[in-house]
Ligand binder design. Structure first.
Ligand code: PGA
Length: 252
């Protein structure tokens, strides 16, 4: 049985006071939401990571939204994986569609990040997903196959233990249009087949694959009931502590 993984991607939202209140509320509900097979966490902005890590309990993982692949040096505005490791974080989101489109991150850059993260023993939450145009053209599977294949170049079977894949159709992000659970299941099952073709059945059976795109407390259960969906990457609905707690409760 694979674990479930629910991560709140806060994007460029929240201030330090809101962060503190959020973490306090989640702590109050810790006993109701902690389970040995559900991993959960939040990804605040870089600026708040250290504070979040210092006040958060072990169960509420603090996740970075991005990283740079070089070890150190003249890369103004970036942060390195060793700096993320230095404050004991374990997961980093890479290749989010907003990074791909607004900040022009290529599959090649994303691959470098996945390589550096796994080499450092951190877990890469690798986002893939088709745009609205690609969806309407009927090329979803080709798009995710290319993104997964390119991002996982030079990643060994062993390193795949440190990779989580997040399937996020771009047309469903922040739009209120969720893919139906059947659509999400179909593409995620296909991603698992791509992983089988790149590695083997065992790696594909073990890799956690999340769905993301307008996940809410009222639709997470149905999504997670699908056999290949192992969790959710949640934007908007993760910003309120009560809603975040509901999301986790409905995943148990
Ligand atoms: P959303 O964002 O839940 O607000 O659609 C998801 C994401 O971008 O990860």
């Amino acid at each position: 049985m694979r674990n479930k993984i629910i991560i709140g991607n806060w994007k460029m939202n929240m201030n330090t006071q809101q962060l503190k209140e959020f973490i306090e509320t989640v702590h109050k509900h810790k006993d109701e939401i902690s389970s040995s097979n559900v991993i959960y966490g939040i990804a605040p902005v870089y600026l708040h990571l250290q504070m979040a890590q210092s006040i958060s309990c072990e169960e509420l993982n603090i996740v970075a939204q991005n990283c740079y692949f070089e070890e150190k040096g003249a890369f103004t505005g970036e942060i390195s994986i060793s700096q993320i490791k230095d404050i004991n974080l374990k997961h980093v989101i890479v290749g989010h569609s907003e990074r791909r489109t607004l900040f022009h991150e290529s599959d090649e850059i994303i691959n470098k990040k996945v390589i550096s993260l796994t080499n450092n023993g951190l877990t890469a939450i690798l986002c893939v997903g088709e745009s609205l145009h690609e969806y309407e053209t009927g090329i979803t599977k080709d798009v995710v196959k290319t993104q997964v294949t390119e991002a996982l170049k030079s990643i060994s079977s062993e390193s795949m233990q440190n990779v989580v894949i997040a399937y996020e159709p771009v047309w469903a992000i922040g739009t209120g249009k969720t893919a139906t659970s059947a659509q999400a299941q179909e593409t995620i099952k296909y991603i698992r087949e791509v992983v089988t073709s790149l590695y083997n059945d065992e790696v594909a059976e073990n890799v956690l694959i999340q769905y993301g795109g307008s996940v809410k407390p009222n639709n997470i259960k149905e999504l997670l009931e699908q056999p290949d969906i192992d969790g959710a990457l949640v934007g908007g609905a993760s910003l309120e502590a009560a809603s975040f707690v509901e999301l986790i409760k409905n995943s148990l």
